[in-house]
Design a protein around this ligand. Structure first.
Ligand code: ATP
Length: 576
């Protein structure tokens, strides 16, 4: 927390000092009032009335100034703390490896950076003042009350423990409920975010009723939990009032008889009554702080979990920054996503891809194709064995240098809100228009570029203005602009028609110094490759050229027969 405050620490301390002195000044006012009445009015000395009165006014003005100062500094500190926490979380998440991200739902990360930070922020704004004021008012109020009249102060000995026990019971009941409420709020956020992100799919499948039902269930759960929580929390006020009025009645009764007996002055009793309010109020403040803390602690824990997550992959301390060529070597590689998983996703894979060659990867769904190529860009670390690029283990490279050298067009293509140019420049910030257009030409994105408004065409939110196949081609162009040593296409032309797919392949063949690894479902897409790898259940089933595999590999033969042998997809596309 201290670290998260950063440069706002001074504002935080200043706010604390403001509250402390404000509370101390407020406590002096009843003392002054007592002397105005007893020495000034009762003693018929107007000079005392004026001088003490002026002092009271001064105290009140100073308390006002300090209160305003507190509002200013605490707002600066709390908002700064929120901004710092959000920044720290965001920056930390940027350093996450894929395996770290596997452990957090995206919607949960969003809530942890927004809702949870707001809860912490609000707790600081609302809780910091009573946290300091409560104990100061309680201790000083009690001391001054004892100084004023020990026999009257004795009444607090009875009233205060009763109030403290009642408030404790309320906090004990409500505290855990706040935690539950926060959890349900999370569920609501998760449901909302998932449903809104998938709203098009929901409409396409006419699932609005199902989604509404799911939302209503969580919403009702939240409403009932919140009702139970706040029903408990508002008990604070009547309990507080009961304690205050009981104390008032007892003090008036005892004080009244003391005045009649001549052992107490009227002014002292008047001043003393102010302390009743302050002391009882301080207990109320303390109980509120406990409630706020109970609520905020859940959020603190959740934000802490994000910040405590250690990035699973970091660059070597002395890292290589130059990837000399695009040779890729898998040496007895085994891999599983979770250390405690029973079965490896990849099992003893050994492969060599020469620099500049084209490699096709085929295999049934779930055979490990994506997993295999992700290891080249070190999106995950191998469990056993090693992966090398350009003659060095990927773990020896600086992560950024490695990923600059290994371009990857992911299976789930993502474009961002903005223009075509802005999106393509993710590949290279400094690329000229001519370079952007050349990349579009190779990726066959030039064919539709004019239709979407050229390089300045707006892609809409998340690139929604373009079709699946257009999106894939723009993503290929973006990867080309990185001028990588190794280019990986993970089923990147699945939405592109066969003729365009063939043209893209032809264009890519011109990049002779780039190793091209193509994962595909269609045999057509990899027939021209220098070697084709067939994966089966995480193992390398066969490696060879189209001709070799067609002659001797049953899986390849079957794939070929089912897709091309029947002539449905035609050899024409293959361009032979
Ligand atoms: N992030 C992950 N966490 C845990 N298991 C995963 C993860 N990603 C993939 N797997 C599992 O690893 C196996 C291989 O998945 P992978 O995505 O590599 O297959 P694939 O051959 O690329 O499949 P497809 O052709 O459908 O894309 C699958 O059984 C899958 O369930």
């Amino acid at each position: 927390m201290g670290r998260a405050l950063g440069t706002y620490r001074r504002s935080f301390v200043t706010a604390g000092l403001c509250v402390f002195f404000e509370s101390a000044l407020e406590l002096c006012i009843p003392l002054l009032m007592a002397s105005v009445i007893d020495q000034g009015i009762m003693g018929r000395d107007l000079s005392v009335v004026w001088s003490r009165g002026a002092l009271m006014l001064l105290c009140a003005l100073a308390a006002l100034a300090l209160g305003t100062g507190y509002a200013h500094f605490s707002a600066t500190a709390a908002m700064g703390l929120g901004a710092n926490l959000r920044h720290a979380e965001f920056a930390h998440v940027q350093g996450f490896a894929f395996s770290n991200l596997d452990g957090f739902e995206v919607s949960s990360l969003v809530t942890r950076m927004t809702g949870d930070v707001t809860v912490i922020q609000n707790a600081v704004v609302a809780g910091f003042r009573p946290l300091l004021r409560g104990p100061v008012m309680l201790v000083m109020g009690l001391v001054l009350a004892v100084v004023m009249s020990p026999p009257l102060a004795l009444i607090f000995v009875f009233v205060m423990p009763a109030l403290a026990v009642a408030l404790f019971l309320i906090v004990r009941h409500v505290g855990p409920l706040y935690r539950v409420m926060q959890g349900v709020m999370d569920q609501l956020n998760d449901v909302l975010q998932e449903d809104l992100a998938a709203i098009r799919a929901i409409k396409a499948y006419v699932r609005e009723d199902y989604v509404a039902e799911r939302f209503d269930a969580v919403n009702a759960h939240l409403a009932s939990t919140a009702t139970r929580t706040f029903r408990g929390a508002v008990l604070n006020t009547p309990v507080f009032q009961l304690a205050m009025y009981t104390a008032c009645v007892l003090i008036l009764w005892r004080g009244g008889s003391m005045i009649m007996a001549g052992t107490l002055m009227v002014g002292t009793l008047t001043g003393f009554m102010s302390y009743v309010l302050q002391i009882v109020n301080s207990l109320m403040m303390i109980s509120n702080v406990f409630l706020l803390t109970a609520r905020a602690l859940t959020s603190v824990r959740r934000v802490g979990e994000v910040l405590a997550e250690k990035p699973a992959l970091v660059s070597a301390p002395v890292a290589k920054t130059d990837v000399p060529d695009g040779t890729v070597l898998f040496d007895h590689v085994s891999f599983k996503y979770h250390p405690d998983a029973k079965k490896n996703v990849l099992e003893d894979v050994s492969l060599r891809f020469d620099a500049g060659s084209t490699v096709g990867v085929l295999g049934s769904t779930g055979s490990g194709k994506t997993t295999l190529v992700q290891l080249i860009a070190r999106l995950y670390d191998v469990s056993e064995g090693s992966v090398s690029v350009g003659g060095a283990d990927v773990r020896a490279y600086d992560l950024q240098a490695l990923r600059d050298a290994v371009g990857m067009v992911l299976q789930k293509n993502v474009l961002f809100t903005g223009t075509v140019r802005e999106n393509l420049q993710w590949g290279d910030d400094d690329a000229s228009d001519a370079e952007l257009l050349e990349a579009c030409r190779i990726a066959c994105a030039d064919e539709f570029l004019e239709r979407i408004g050229g390089l300045d065409g707006d892609l809409g939110q998340g690139g929604d203005n373009v079709s699946g196949g257009q999106k894939q081609r723009l993503c290929i162009a973006r990867a080309l602009l990185k001028r990588p040593r190794v280019l990986i296409f993970d089923d990147s032309t699945s939405a592109v028609d066969m003729a365009t797919d063939a043209r893209i392949r032809e264009n890519l063949a011109g990049l002779t110094d780039v190793t091209k690894i193509v994962i595909a479902q269609r045999v057509n897409s990899v027939m021209d490759a220098d070697q084709i790898v067939i994966l089966d259940d995480g193992r390398v089933h066969a490696v060879g050229t189209h001709e070799e595999l067609l002659a001797g590999d049953p899986i390849y033969q079957e794939l070929y027969e089912s897709q091309i042998g029947s002539g449905i997809h035609g050899e024409v596309e293959h361009g032979r």
